[in-house]
Design a protein around this ligand. Structure first.
Ligand SMILES: C[S@@+](CC[C@H](N)C(=O)[O-])C[C@H]1O[C@@H](n2cnc3c(N)ncnc32)[C@H](O)[C@@H]1O
Length: 355
């Protein structure tokens, strides 16, 4: 390889993706996955992008990246860290975001739903007032960045980093837990200010027109032409597939739902968005449909594990109608891995190429 080409390929690798805390994130596997991407791949789609850790890795490799997740808070991370060519938040922006509630009569949703449940009422009121000021930033990338950092601040403040339990404030008053994780008692304002430099420093322009989408992948796929490679990391049926139960609070915050019901102890919104990949009864027919609709994309990489429904052999049978499949496996180290993985199980990547 010529030295200049090597330099071109390496120049974005010094940027650092802010470490995510997201069920099923492939952040720790990104280097392993990267080795299966051929050099002649230029346009890449991350179909189920979640925390955006793999879409960001594609951006660092200099690819044109199309990234998609059906949840809006994930789409906003994609907008701020993948699509964004260079807009960051400066001290004036932060002053705007931290100023008084621009419309307290409207921006009170978090306090009314989650005050006393996930956050103390004054912290919930703070995120409402922050939310009211986001529209005052003069640029959609800055707005997306502000919301993404606040969402991350909220997951840092809550034990286990998700909202499918009702123990947040109980844990936040438990001295042992606080000793292990100081974030539980820090203010959202401070957590935001801590994270801000990391997020600002992660923003760069790779010279490509990258796009973040917010759609169900089944409807998006047929519209995307000229994609060289698609990466599929679907929810794994049988283990934590219902992302809306875990992260409903973040979706409620960014959407600022006023027309939903909020149900059960966690106040999850209802009705939920339709995934098609989170119920055993639907997932087989939707995988079939998805592969049919991806037929025009030459190469597919698919993350999977050996504890999901359908099992890997069934999934491979579906893919082989369209592509040759090679199964790559990476063993987890002790106790590491996503989605409740156990030591000794492994992460699977299906490398699917044209027949
Ligand atoms: C396993 S996670 C992806 C994790 C991601 N690779 C990462 O590193 O963070 C699966 C993602 O699929 C999204 N999702 C579920 N159903 C979807 C659908 N029908 N269309 C698009 N995204 C969907 C979920 O919101 C979730 O973020």
């Amino acid at each position: 390889m010529k030295e200049s080409t090597l330099f071109d390929e390496m120049r974005f690798l010094n940027y650092k993706f802010p470490v995510p805390q997201y069920l099923g994130a492939k952040f720790i596997h990104r280097g392993w996955i990267a080795q299966f991407i051929p050099d002649d791949v230029h346009v890449v789609l991350d179909a189920f992008s979640g925390s955006q850790s793999i879409a960001y890795m594609f951006k660092q490799l200099g690819k044109q990246v199309l990234t998609n997740d059906f949840l809006t808070f994930n789409y906003l991370i994609g907008k701020s860290l993948v699509e964004n060519p260079g807009f960051t938040l400066n001290p004036q922006d932060v002053e705007v975001l931290f100023s008084e509630n621009a419309n307290p009569g409207y921006f009170n949703l978090m306090e009314s739903l989650f005050g006393g449940l996930f956050f103390m009422p004054e912290e919930a009121a703070f995120v409402d007032s922050f939310r009211s000021n986001v529209a005052r930033l003069d640029n959609p990338y800055k707005q997306a960045l502000a919301l993404s950092i606040m969402c991350r601040s909220m997951t840092r403040k809550v034990t286990m980093g998700h909202f499918a339990h009702t123990q947040a404030l109980v844990y936040a008053s438990n001295a042992d837990r606080v000793k292990r994780n100081r974030s539980l008692v820090r203010s959202l304002r401070d957590l935001f200010l801590d994270l801000l430099p990391e997020y600002n420093a992660a923003i760069f322009d790779n010279g490509k027109t990258n796009v973040s989408y917010n759609e169900n992948i089944l409807t998006l796929l047929p519209r995307l032409e000229k994609v060289d490679l698609v990466y599929f990391d679907p929810p794994y049926c049988n283990s934590h597939a219902d992302y809306q139960s875990f992260y409903h609070l973040l979706e409620t915050y960014v959407e600022y739902w006023k027309d939903k019901c909020f149900v059960n102890g966690t106040k999850r919104y209802e009705p939920k968005r339709y995934s098609g990949f989170d119920k055993n009864s639907e997932v087989l027919s939707n995988f079939r449909l998805m592969f049919e609709r991806a037929a025009h994309i030459p190469m597919w990489l698919i993350s999977y594990n050996d504890r999901s429904y359908p099992n890997i052999d069934v999934l491979i049978g579906m893919i082989e109608l369209y592509r040759k499949v090679k199964v790559e496996r990476k063993m987890y180290g002790m106790g590491r891995g996503g989605k409740g993985s156990v030591a000794g199980s492994c992460e699977v990547l299906l490398v699917c190429t044209e027949k």
